[in-house]
Design a protein around this ligand. Structure first.
Ligand code: G6P
Length: 460
């Protein structure tokens, strides 16, 4: 089925120069393993379990999210307080569809400015607070668990300051909480204050939550067509459901090829879009891929790159460094914006005449092709993924595709793609070090482990 979502060229990503053929047993076995993995992912029993809920997000009613978006749109600024999966999705969507700029996202036609308070760095939080007019600013606090220390610290500080300026009654009218529908500290806060809230279904993990209120409420406020974003995810789901072979199914291909290269020692994956708008897509992907797969001594390291910028930074390593990476170059066929380069009118610039009359986007595309071709000519495995244009529909498709690919790759690696035990340990150590009740033992263990780091020192 073709939905005009994307095109994936994989001829130069087959291991050993394409010798893994349809008749080769490794390819057939892989297809079988992916069919099994898909069955596991989509089984009725699993669909109800924790971690799997994101599969239903393309079908979820968006009325509440759209209503919240309309409410938020009346403010001059929206500060989304959250980290990891509770921040990167909104940044990724806004960056892709509205304005390619990190952290402070400019005003769209109708919407407010979006700011993201993710890191708990006092300098950043203070600077952000000074950029907004509190009386015209909404706080959107997002946390699945309702307890992440950085989010809670930013929330506490911003909330108390908002109350100080506006008084509690008015401040409450500028607050939206997105959290688990039943449990957690933020849910208790919503019950106490009776403030506006939206649920993040308990079966949806943070890094798979972009197509819920977590990623869509602020995006809707900024003027993103969240219905189209969701329709793209739904269209991708239909494509994947209707594709029964490796050659038809881009999710099986991406997961399967990552697995084949992982077996050959290529346990790093480079995602390199040639489009400013997709820079934060790589940030979002890095959390999804890294947290989902890195466990039990296994995993694949996500490397974020941006073309053409990283041609002048990382491509030396990619072409001549260790052969331990699989590359995915993303190109956008129609960039919307067209800049025709003028012919130079200054004598000293005459050597630039070759650029005159050319379109800047066409040059970027030529560079993308040149990088892919260079990698392929050196025998480095490279995938070419092309989307017709960067709009809500295609972005929704891309998001859903990469979520499915990540879950399937986790299954092939025999790890749970929906938990994050390593991150939880760090969270518990932080609680211990910050004196949270019940985490005294964690505080002690953390101090002990840090003592080993400090046991040898050089100062200057
Ligand atoms: O939404 P929260 O519960 O506050 O979690 C925010 C983030 O916390 C941790 O770092 C988890 O590993 C992430 O997966 C999660 O996105």
């Amino acid at each position: 089925m073709t939905q005009n979502l994307l095109k994936l060229d994989f001829g130069a990503a087959l291991p050993e120069g394409g010798s893994v053929s349809r008749n080769g047993s490794e390819w057939d076995a892989l297809e079988e393993a992916l069919r099994d993995a898909d069955g596991w992912l989509r089984s009725d029993v699993n669909r109800r379990r924790d971690g799997f809920g994101w599969l239903d997000l393309p079908q979820t009613d968006l009325a509440e999210v759209i209503e919240a978006g309309q409410w938020l749109a009346a403010f001059d600024a929206v500060i989304q307080v959250g980290i990891g999966g509770s921040a990167l999705g909104s940044l990724m969507v806004a960056n892709a569809l509205l304005h390619p700029c990190h952290n402070e996202l400019s005003r769209s036609e109708r919407g407010p400015r979006l700011y993201v308070a993710d890191n708990a760095d006092p300098a950043g939080t203070r600077a952000l607070w000074e950029m907004v007019d509190p009386s015209r600013t909404a706080l959107v606090v997002v946390s699945k668990s309702g307890s992440t220390a950085e989010t809670m610290a930013n929330f506490l500080w911003l909330w108390e300051n908002l109350k100080k300026v506006l008084g509690e009654e008015r401040a409450l009218k500028q607050l939206l909480v997105v959290t688990d529908p039943e449990k957690g500290l933020l849910r208790a806060f919503v019950a106490e204050k009776k403030c506006r809230s939206l649920p993040l279904p308990s079966t949806v993990g943070g890094r798979y939550s972009v197509l819920s209120a977590v990623g869509l409420a602020a995006s809707a406020a900024l003027g993103v067509d969240v219905t189209d974003l969701q329709a793209g995810a739904r269209a991708m789901d239909e494509v994947l459901l209707g594709a029964g072979t490796m050659e038809e199914n881009p999710a099986w291909l991406l997961a399967g090829l990552h697995w084949l290269h992982f077996l050959r020692g290529r346990n790093m994956t480079v995602l390199m879009p040639y489009a400013d708008g997709l820079r934060d897509f790589t940030e979002w992907f890095a959390q999804l891929w890294g947290e989902s797969l890195g466990k039990e001594g296994k995993g694949s390291t996500p490397l974020r790159a941006l073309g053409a910028v990283d041609q002048h930074s990382q491509v030396q390593l990619y072409t001549a460094g260790p052969d331990d990476k699989l590359f995915t170059i993303i190109d956008v066929a129609d960039r919307g914006e067209r800049l025709i380069l003028p012919s130079p009118s200054d004598a000293s610039l005459a050597p630039l005449a070759y650029l005159g009359g050319q379109e800047m986007g066409a040059m970027l595309q030529a560079e993308a092709r040149a990088t892919a071709a260079t990698l392929a000519s050196l025998g480095r495995p490279v995938l070419w993924l092309e989307i017709p244009r960067l709009d809500a529909f295609r972005l929704g498709g891309l998001v859903y595709l990469y979520e499915v690919v990540t879950a399937l790759t986790g299954r092939l690696l025999s790890v749970d793609p929906f938990d994050q035990p390593g991150v939880e340990q760090g969270k518990r150590f932080t609680y211990g070090l910050m004196g949270r009740k019940g985490f005294e033992e964690e505080g002690r263990k953390s101090t002990e482990a840090f003592a080993r780091i400090e046991s040898r020192t050089v100062s200057c």
